[in-house]
Design a protein around this ligand. Sequence first.
Ligand SMILES: Cc1cc2nc3c(=O)[nH]c(=O)nc-3n(C[C@H](O)[C@H](O)[C@H](O)COP(=O)(O)OP(=O)(O)OC[C@H]3O[C@@H](n4cnc5c(N)ncnc54)[C@H](O)[C@@H]3O)c2cc1C
Length: 435
Amino acid sequence: MKIKIIGGGLAGCEAALQLADQGMDVDLWEMRPRVETPAHKTGNLAELVCSNSFKGLGLTSAHGLFKEELKRMGSRLLALAMEARVPAGESLAIDREMFSNAVGQAIENHPRIRLHREEVQTLDPQELTVVATGPLSSDKLTQALFALIGSEKLYFFDSIAPVVELDSLDMEQVFAKNRWDKGEAPDFLNCPLDKDAYFAFVEALVAADTVEPKPFEKGQLFEGCLPVEEMARRGKETLRYGPMRPIGLRHPETGKTPFAVIQLRAENREKTLYNMVGFQTRLKWGTQKKIFAMVPALKEAAFARFGAMHRNTFINSPQVLEPSLRIKGTRIYCAGQLTGAEGYTEAVGTGLYAASMIVAEARGKTLEWPETTCLGSLTRHLTFPNPDFQPMNFNFGLLPKALDAGKKDKKSKQAEACFAALENFRAFPEKMPAP
Ligand SMILES: Cc1cc2nc3c(=O)[nH]c(=O)nc-3n(C[C@H](O)[C@H](O)[C@H](O)COP(=O)(O)OP(=O)(O)OC[C@H]3O[C@@H](n4cnc5c(N)ncnc54)[C@H](O)[C@@H]3O)c2cc1C
């Protein structure tokens, strides 16, 4: 059986590998490097557009639980991400180049996958297809999609954080430490600010020039990924309780907690590049350089990448998709950010989920992910009627409530229910080995 997958990003590559592993012949279409997007920098498959972190691994965190589920269900991209890991305390941060190369090799060497480097501009509702073109889907494909689903266009904004070169930091002003000393080695570099420096920095952010949104981009900001200047505008202390919070970061020499900090996390395995954690911004590039130079450690910082902000397209999934993530009345499935599943892990997860549904259908079976699993609950959120539908990361609030649990052990009970359901569940029942 043949299937067309549009988009060689996180969701498309996961779906392609899963479907090919299950014996389907996959045509994977990726438009880069011929057609660029406003955020991708290379022609690599599965390129991470911003942070290099897949978030936490600890089982008490929502993303840790989610990754454990993906591991048990045999996610191909999660396994490759683990191999490309860079130190980041309890989080899964990766060397993006190494990861993309590994995914590229897995795709190109798979006997059942043919990779086409072309933009797909049309959709045939009767052709078995996965649309995984992501938040920066090309305009033509977006038009074809909206013509097909007849739904109004929806978008909001997302922003990416700057990356600085290690060599350019003033290391006298930096201390290495993980928050609350979690993890084996201190992986984060912290750039402290005293009270005066912090308030001057906030003031400069509030007064700074930002890039004007294009007319078609008039939309709303995603609350989970606000630009720093927007946070600064919401209150003088907002950043100090957000990405610049100093709690758990006592200076190893003075023993004092700084007034505020900017945390840097390694971008690559060589640790020559560092990402400014939570510092998404739409400030003009010259302004970024000028304002970030107010942070003592970043006085002479060289930027390997400036922060930026982009369109983020998604469909009104509850109106458009069946629980299998298939567009109603067609043979076209959707996966990734386009469905409103926000985040890298969610993109990989929905790629795996859509593949499992397609395989089940091809075998004449029905498959229902238990609602206590992360993907079961996330896809319910995506497809359950919701007049105020907005993209969302996976979080504990999506899982069914643990009725017999108090506030304190609520999450661990939800995790237990998830694991119990996974004991008897296989995404690909005929091939998955027992865990
Ligand atoms: C600017 C920005 C920053 C983000 N930062 C983060 C972050 O830090 N952390 C996080 O967890 N999530 C982040 N996200 C959200 C989301 O998790 C990522 O965008 C993620 O990569 C989505 O995966 P995907 O597979 O859906 O799309 P993508 O990974 O973007 O893959 C889609 C692919 O489809 C290709 N394509 C598009 N149109 C066509 C076409 N017509 N024909 C052929 N190919 C096509 C694209 O070139 C791309 O390779 C960010 C999103 C944006 C827009």
